[in-house]
Design a binder for this molecule. Structure first.
Ligand code: HOC
Length: 369
């Protein structure tokens, strides 16, 4: 879609005009007065890549090994709950998975989806997909969701730790969004045999009671004592999402996780925290060689390059692809991903860092403004 903007600011402007007010406030909004969300983005301005010359960066190598998977680029689609509704036909999870298949950019599919995880996984083609777990309080249900993800062919389980209760989100509170949204994103629960066994009446006949049951089991305020159990749920790579403190990273590592995911949920959960990018170097150091996934505030290929230079193994995109999806469905998403990939590739070319291995902290300097 050549008519779609080539930059995030343009996408954002167009998306605001195109999306319903409530969906826009859900996707664009964040926690509190959104200082952390803004700081996530501004944190990238504090770093600059130092161009290197005469390195012959004619060919670039963006491939990365993630949990033994050879990926064509270090970008991935961060999980976005309720992303399905961003597509005009309401099946944006499927469109996102198809865009992942076409670009080789893996999708981390949210538990909160319009379509069940099995249908999402069928769209992946040769691109691996990851399943993001909101761990319910019902352990049997958690096991069932993970086993279904394994059977459907997902290649890793990403456990989100920071959203067992949703943050204080003024935009959604004033639009009354959550009660409305949740009715559309519970396909994984409504199709789950364990969840269904907890209901007196099937969700098709009594959706309100099913939603009520869901609200009672959705959020599990996990503790370190649950880590062994979480680990026992799967032999797939287990990644903990929402880690920022190095001590948490060390504990996770000691507990046998396969990867850590540095993120503050795009500033949607706690306001007033550190920008996610500022926490990345300590997370990388504490991870001590474990893969580190990163998201929160990435708006461009240059941003991705900076996160990679600070030690991220793979970099997640959130709002940019939601806007692409809202503006042009699968094609819009593919457009956004291709522009991000092209910009990352070009930054590596013109700045003289031809492979990801060249993007180290040594490539960066602090910007003094
Ligand atoms: C209706 C429940 O990842 C987000 C999502 C999770 C929100 C739960 C919404 O918006 O950050």
């Amino acid at each position: 879609l050549p008519e779609l903007p080539m930059d995030f600011a343009g996408l954002e402007r167009r998306a605001e005009a195109a999306m319903s007010a409530s969906l826009w406030s859900y996707v664009a909004g964040g926690a509190g007065d959104e200082r952390t969300q803004r700081a996530n983005v501004r944190a990238f301005d504090q770093w600059g890549l130092v161009p290197r010359m005469l390195v012959g960066a004619k060919a670039r190598n963006l491939t990365v090994d993630l949990f033994g998977l050879e990926l064509p680029s270090p970008l991935f689609l961060a999980p976005v709950g309720v992303i399905g509704l961003c597509a005009q036909d309401g099946h944006g999870d499927l469109a996102t998975a198809r865009a992942a298949a076409r670009t080789g950019v893996p999708m981390v599919a949210s538990t909160l989806s319009v379509d069940p995880l099995e249908d999402v996984a069928k769209q992946f083609g040769d691109t691996p997909g990851f399943f993001q777990l909101y761990t319910p309080t019902d352990r049997e249900l958690a096991q069932s969701l993970v086993s279904r993800a394994e059977a459907a062919g997902f290649r890793g389980i990403v456990v989100t730790l920071d959203t067992w209760v949703t943050g204080w989100r003024p935009r959604d509170l004033s639009t009354g969004n959550f009660p409305q949204l949740r009715g559309h994103c519970l396909a994984n629960y409504f199709t789950d045999p364990v969840f269904r066994s907890r209901l007196a009446t099937p969700p098709e006949q009594d959706p309100s009671s099913a939603v009520l049951t869901w609200t009672q089991i959705f959020g599990n305020p996990l503790t370190w004592a649950d880590l062994d159990w979480l680990r026992s749920l799967t032999s797939l790579p287990l990644i903990l999402k929402g880690l920022s403190h190095p001590e948490d990273v060390r504990r996770a590592r000691d507990a046998g996780v396969d990867g850590v995911y540095c993120s503050n949920h795009g500033g949607r959960q706690a306001n007033g925290g550190l920008p996610a990018l500022d926490t990345l170097p300590e997370v990388v150091a504490a991870a001590d060689g474990l893969p580190v996934l990163f998201d929160s505030g990435v708006r461009s290929g240059a941003d991705a390059a900076k996160a990679l230079a600070l030690g991220a193994t793979a970099v997640g995109i959130g709002r940019p692809y939601a806007y692409g999806l809202a503006l042009g469905g699968e094609e819009g998403m593919v457009h956004v991903l291709r522009t991000l990939l092209a910009e990352l590739d070009l930054v590596m070319a013109v700045d003289g860092y031809p492979s990801l291995a060249d993007l180290t902290p040594e490539a960066l300097r602090r910007v003094h403004v």
